[in-house]
Design a protein around this ligand. Structure first.
Ligand SMILES: Nc1nc2c(c(=O)[nH]1)N[C@@H](CN(C=O)c1ccc(C(=O)N[C@@H](CCC(=O)O)C(=O)O)cc1)CN2
Ligand code: GAR
Length: 228
């Protein structure tokens, strides 16, 4: 289907939002044409990424929902109920694409089933076309799945187990960080350097690949008008 209006992106964050900022800055540039971040969702109230969204021009709507307060307020509900609530917030924004940009929460199938139209939530239309979800991960495919990947890769390099590390954007499936890679970038680790220098190098690579990966999947799911 060719595209006549801005392609809609929802971004999920948990922290500083430097990758969200890369996406904000790339909107409607040749790197990310005809694209609009329509909502930023955080599971942490103090996430600076929420501030980045509100300080964007024009400001980007935000939503906040944390797991533990949700369970405390709803003692009969489960983590899956929480994930469905996140899915509701996301789907109501009618995205073409969902980007996990430092979202530090493992999504159960309850979330993914809503996004692919398998589950219909009460009060909202069933998703008619699966909404792709992608994730930015600070390691190479199959290398350091899960949390704290940067530290684990750096430690493995010190032990001589790896020659370099990297980062990737991948599709999100139930199995954490095992979805199909969309963009993969090797990142050098220099012998003797402090982890901070490696981390800085890696984040700079992430800021590039998150835009590339978002543009690539958007072009798959909502091609620009006139594109082949
Ligand atoms: N179903 C999927 N969910 C998520 C994926 C995925 O590929 N499939 N990617 C992750 C992102 N991620 C690494 O890239 C990641 C984030 C968080 C965790 C984790 O262990 N989270 C803990 C809580 C940690 C905390 O609150 O500090 C948890 O969820 O219990 C692992 C990997 C996003 N989700
Ligand atoms: N497993 C997921 C994970 O570790 N994600 C990592 O969180 C950081 C978010 O930074 P940001 O909040 O500045 O964009 C990024 O380094 C991203 O790779």
């Amino acid at each position: 289907m060719s595209h006549s209006h801005k392609r809609r992106i929802v971004v999920l964050i948990s922290g500083s939002g430097s990758n969200l900022q890369a996406l904000i800055d790339a909107q409607n540039t040749p790197a990310l044409p005809d694209a609009k971040i329509v909502l930023v969702v955080s599971n942490r109230k103090a996430a600076y990424g929420l501030t980045r969204a509100l300080q964007a021009t024009p400001p980007i709507p935000t939503a906040y929902l944390a797991l533990q307060p949700y369970l405390k307020a709803n003692p009969k509900r489960t983590r899956q109920d929480y994930d469905r609530e996140i899915a509701r917030i996301v789907v109501e924004a009618k995205p073409d694409l969902v980007v996990l940009a430092g979202w530090m929460h493992i999504m159960s199938e309850a979330f993914l089933d809503v996004l692919i139209g398998e589950t219909q939530l009460e009060g909202i239309e069933r998703v008619s076309k699966p909404i792709p979800v992608i994730n930015l991960h600070p390691a190479l495919p199959g290398a350091f799945d899960g949390a704290h990947a940067i530290e684990r890769a750096f430690e493995a390099f010190q032990k001589g187990e790896i020659a370099h590390s990297g980062c990737m954007v991948h599709r999100v499936i139930k199995e954490v960080d095992r979805g199909e890679p969309v963009v993969v970038r090797n990142v050098e680790i220099v012998k003797g350097e402090p982890i901070e220098e490696f981390e800085t190098r890696l984040h700079k690579a992430e800021w590039e690949i998150i835009v590339q990966g978002t543009a690539k999947v958007l072009d798959d799911v909502a091609p620009l008008e006139g594109s082949s």
